[in-house]
Design a protein around this ligand. Structure first.
Ligand code: GLC
Length: 537
């Protein structure tokens, strides 16, 4: 880990761990940090070199820990701050860095800052940390919480209403408002005392964990901070806030990375964040992997995804988005995930294990920073219809529980996740008799697990497949094919029908492939086939 500055992130292969569901070492039915430590060899065996944890701080868990009650204390159910320090050290011994999740825009109603303001009968003389108004404003500004009222009546004693950021129990921190004519007093400017206290608090939280060895943060709802900012206006005030934090980091912690949820708007100045995060929340990614078969998000158009057996999709929306991101900033890193804690897994709805090879090949060779969601290395399935656990059901059509089920380790009770009674598990284990497990796939050289290891090893050994080289599309339809670094050809056919690629320049046997045969005019790719080849233009 001798790479100076933040260059190391260009070679990152991330592994996202939802701490509730990875490994339970103390038999209470909920995962914990000692459980992760005991499984570090598995994580290292994948070839990933960064772990990103969802929030693991003290919380009442109304939103699975995205409602933080104390940023500086690991939630007791996961262990202690010492356990986190041990995990960071032991991961480091294996060449793995650790990113935590920084919930910057809101806290829990149980945070002491909120309790104190709730108990007061008026504004804090040192500046309010939250956003309060005494009467409901006529024009209700709302960007982050579609469908539910943004202002929550105060349970008192403080009178009035507070602004929330997501659920009612997640009051928005006060980072100020964009100035508009006729602003009432509660729309404080971004340099008012309360917003400045919160900026300093963000730095203090970041420094606290960086001092304990973590490598940086994924920043939750990173662009939700300054209120009444319009996306069409570039969210300039929030970007400026993050740029100030980046400047401080450049001096104090130059190799720490910050990765936002979503994409950073371009304002002309230097970037505040180290990458963009293309998730299925974006149309670009959603057009390829519509991981929403049980339900389509309100802001997500129903469509035929490209990575689908029917083969009716298009890569155009994705390619336009990718090209646009590259046009403004050719060296910009873009993180693309197999799935995450908010979206269905790759293996969801009708998508079967045999379809995963093409999707994984693309996600690990396109030139993005890849992020593997825990369990996707064995093709764990999304389980529809689970009960609401810790805010997993956002609305009746959007249930996140199915991607948060326990990791499937072996054939033991609870798939080796926990020794608790099944009824006490955080969420039920996939009940299918043929559910994939790490142990079974270890023993099967043709398994998804072996394939993922080979794919990541090939990527890490082949600079042309990484983030620093060119990507040239040679066929945007089925089979999707592109050349990396003018030295490697990748072809994927996500549909069930075979497809043919006319191409010259393929050299020798495939480096990693399934269902691809070379002929004089190019390559024949079976349904769900995929391959990576040496290439000479
Ligand atoms: C982000 C998280 C999500 C959480 C929300 C509110 O979108 O990914 O899980 O519910 O922010 O913090």
């Amino acid at each position: 880990m001798a790479v100076m500055g933040r260059e190391w992130f260009a070679d990152a292969v991330l592994y996202e761990i939802y701490p509730q569901s990875f490994a339970d070492s103390d038999g209470d039915g909920v995962g914990d940090l000692q459980g992760v430590i005991a499984r570090l060899d598995h994580i290292a065996s994948l070839g990933v070199n960064v772990i990103w944890f969802n929030p693991c701080f003290a919380s009442p868990f109304v939103d699975a820990g995205y409602d933080v009650a104390d940023y500086l204390t690991i939630a007791p159910r996961y262990g202690t701050n010492e356990d986190m320090a041990e995990l960071v050290a032991k991961a480091g011994e294996r060449g793995i860095r650790v990113l935590l999740d920084l919930v910057a825009g809101h806290t829990s109603i149980e945070h002491e800052w909120f309790r104190r303001e709730l108990a007061a009968d008026g504004p804090d003389p040192a500046g309010d940390r939250y956003i309060w108004c005494e009467q409901l404003p006529e024009q209700v500004w709302q960007r982050e919480t579609p469908g539910t009222p943004a202002w929550v009546p105060s349970p008192g004693p403080r009178p009035g209403f507070y602004l929330k950021n997501f659920y009612d129990q997640q009051p928005a921190l006060n980072f100020g408002w964009v100035r508009r004519p006729g602003d009432p007093a509660w729309r404080q400017p971004a340099d008012a005392p309360g917003p400045l206290r919160n900026r300093q608090a963000l730095k203090d939280i970041i420094a606290f964990w960086l001092d304990r060895g973590v490598a940086g943060f994924r920043v939750d709802m990173a662009f939700s901070l300054v209120k009444d900012e319009r996306v069409s206006e570039g969210l300039a005030a929030t970007v400026a806030l993050w740029r100030e934090i980046r400047e401080w980091l450049d001096d104090a912690y130059p190799d720490a990375v910050l990765i936002p949820e979503g994409s950073e708007p371009r304002t002309g100045g230097p970037a505040a964040f180290d990458a963009d995060f293309f998730l299925v929340i974006h149309d670009e990614h959603g057009s390829l992997f519509d991981n929403h078969f049980p339900g389509v998000l309100p802001f997500h158009e129903a469509r035929e995804p490209f990575f689908d057996a029917a083969g009716k999709g298009s890569t155009r929306v994705f390619l336009d988005g990718w090209d646009a991101a590259r046009a403004t900033d050719p060296a910009r890193l873009i993180v693309m995930s197999t799935a995450d804690h908010d979206y269905d897994r790759l293996c969801c709805g009708p998508r079967t294990a045999e379809q995963l090879g093409a999707a994984l090949t693309f996600l690990f060779t396109w030139g993005n920073v890849p992020c593997l969601y825990y369990g996707d290395e064995i093709g764990m399935r999304f389980l529809p219809g689970l009960p609401n656990v810790e805010g997993s059901v956002c609305d009746p059509s959007y249930n996140r529980a199915g991607c948060r089920t326990p990791m499937q380790w072996d054939a033991g009770p609870n798939a080796g996740f926990s020794t608790a009674d099944a009824a006490r598990l955080y969420l039920p284990v996939d009940p299918s008799p043929d559910r994939p497990t790490v142990a079974a796939q270890e023993a099967d050289p043709s398994s998804t697990l072996h394939f993922v290891r080979e794919l990541i090893a090939l990527r890490r050994a082949t600079p042309a497949l990484g983030t620093r080289t060119s990507t040239r599309v040679i066929n945007e339809d089925y089979p999707f094919a592109y050349v990396r670094g003018e030295s490697h050809l990748v072809v994927v056919n996500p549909r069930s029908e075979p497809a043919d690629l006319a191409v010259a320049g393929v050299v020798g046997a495939p480096l990693l492939s399934s269902g691809v045969t070379a002929h004089a005019g190019g390559l024949s790719v079976a349904g769900f086939g995929h391959g990576i080849f040496n290439f000479e233009p």
